[in-house]
Ligand binder design. Sequence first.
Ligand SMILES: Cc1cc2nc3c(=O)[nH]c(=O)nc-3n(C[C@H](O)[C@H](O)[C@H](O)COP(=O)(O)OP(=O)(O)OC[C@H]3O[C@@H](n4cnc5c(N)ncnc54)[C@H](O)[C@@H]3O)c2cc1C
Length: 472
Amino acid sequence: MTKIAIIGGGPGGLMTAYLVERKYKNSCRATLFEATDRVGGKILTNRFDSVPVIYEAGVAEVYDYEKIGPDPLRQLIGELGLKTTPIDGQTIVLNGKLLRNEHEIGEHCGEATLRAIEDFRRLAAAMMPIETWYESLWQDDNEHPWARRTCEEILSEVVDPTARKFLEVAVHSDLATEPHLTSGLNGLKNLVMDVPGYVRQCSIDGGMEMLPRALQQNLIRTRLELNAPVVRVDKNRNGSYRISFRHGRGIEHEDFDAVVIALPHNWLTSIEWGSKRLRRAMTEHIAYYDRPAHYLRISILFRKPFWRSLITDSWFMLDAFGGCCVYDESARHDAGEYGVLGWLVAGSDALSLVNFDDRMLINRAIESLPDELYEEAREHFIEGKVHRWAAAVNAQPGGLPVRDTRSAHSPDTEEHPGIFIVGDYLFDSTLNGVFDSANFATDLLHSMPLLADDLKPDPGKKSATCFLHSYQ
Ligand SMILES: Cc1cc2nc3c(=O)[nH]c(=O)nc-3n(C[C@H](O)[C@H](O)[C@H](O)COP(=O)(O)OP(=O)(O)OC[C@H]3O[C@@H](n4cnc5c(N)ncnc54)[C@H](O)[C@@H]3O)c2cc1C
């Protein structure tokens, strides 16, 4: 029986445990170590204090590309019996004006601006056709003409200043960074998500946190250690790995055949990597992807959804905070007569604002609304909540150049063949990416020379190595 340690109880760790159980059924036992008292990581559905209305404090939505081809995350959500609701948005608030459709863009900004926006969207779609976007293999990414240019350089070629601002606002909150800190290709991949036909956004009914909960409930053979942050990983003389984890005020140790590190990039430095060689491999891995990006969420409960006479979308874009997305949380989750807006502030603004207190941030959010909504927002305000996500996402997923998928997931195949990495930052900084990564890493387990004989892929399921082949 092969023993596997999974470090991190966020979506990446839970998905890894789920796949290990399905792919290797009886030949493998996994233990999942989670630092806190809950699983789910950055998927966090919370309630307000004054009224038990829910809102998303972390992950906003699921990207659904089932219309283009097989979508493993959608399949997982279906397998877990979860229901989803599409969420959609078109409105953008620019220079204090509400622009709800192309007609209003033309009317308020002029036909030349509308044409410039449409031209850029057409260019984006031509530079990243749907099939290329869907396949997104690392080799192709590195050869893309926008891979070595910054997103800033690409956007600066839009001559019309209002069109440029429109596009900057549209792309900023998706990137979680500034356009000069990421490649044109990464910007492009995010931008085409607004082009019809590429992707649908949807929310999980009952809250995004239903996903980690369902994953946890479906783990039958995995041992879950909560409040157990892993502090050190060593390799033993016999080739196994020693995990040291905190238990109360003490440290406990346990040996495993393989270790899957399912942590976001910002947590990797919090672990001590035993040998000099492992430390070097992990430091090299960490440095390669060291491009932190930031979010800040401000969620506000109102007596009623006063904005609905003007905005009926599930989310809209605001030119405040360098370009942010505001979700109508009460459009996707039942809030009774109440209304909830959630500001997803991104990039440098999010980072600078983490130093402000909650009251100040809540005021800033209300002040960012256009004149037509501001007075009503003040009048109907009940309660605000702030969640800070500094350095929690990655500004250049995949690395620059994008690293080949196998070495991204195995930091030291020669000396530490049993150490694997799972991370959204290895693909696209999303749940889709972290699921692909978990799929790839759990396929790699089977390719491990020492364990291949022990680990028996479950013949009833999809071949354990199919994912591996599609990414090499
Ligand atoms: C505000 C925000 C909005 C987002 N919106 C979206 C979205 O709409 N759609 C989308 O697809 N993605 C979105 N993302 C990205 C998404 O959150 C990530 O893709 C996903 O959470 C990655 O999962 P993970 O398990 O790698 O990391 P996390 O979710 O960060 O989970 C890591 C877990 O590891 C635990 N941990 C840390 N250190 C240790 C240790 N030493 N030992 C044991 N456990 C440890 C943590 O407590 C945590 O539970 C968003 C991210 C943020 C911050």
